[in-house]
Design a protein around this ligand. Sequence first.
Ligand SMILES: [Zn+2]
Length: 212
Amino acid sequence: MNRQVESFKASLLKIPGFIDEDGVLHHEFKRGNHGRKMDFGTVRKGMPQYSAWVKQNKRAIRERYSYEQELYIVGVESGTTELAFDVAEALGNFAVGLRTEKLPDNSVRLSESARLLLRNYMQTKPARVIVLEDVGTTGFTSGNVVLETHQAGAEHSEVQITWKRSQDLQFLDEHGIQHYAIIDDVVPSLRPEECEAYGDCSKGVRLVQYDR
Ligand SMILES: [Zn+2]
């Protein structure tokens, strides 16, 4: 990790509640595992951490793509939608943020307008899509958006994760989707039975159910 990323990570850990490390509660995640939650919802616009977040995403994209390449930047769920627009703006006029929306079944899809825009655009000039995700656990959410961009005709789509918290991003690896992480640092999550046996559940730490 370079020094800028190191200091970005340190500044995130200074935000109260970013990781609930106090042992008062732990969380159930979307796929059922239990662990301490990393809440990028606490990184609000106007905070130095937010500017650093935009900057680090921009830098990571610039390491792979030149100014000439057409890119679409997509945020998933509410967490990174605003970020996607700000990163797109920081990158210059070739990058466009696309919106996603959460369906009643809790899956995340490109918004209707984003899908139309992408489809129309791809007919004349195929472009690359970078899906931003705040925390990478399995890559399920961002991976599904990538699959949708393929259907819309994207030439190549990949995922850029701010904090990759698990060893393997199972969904992305299974679907052969390329991914990059700004911070690659495992934060443990356990299967419910493991948590019952020796994790927070076994210590009586309150479990916050996943918000369905
Ligand atoms: Zn537990």
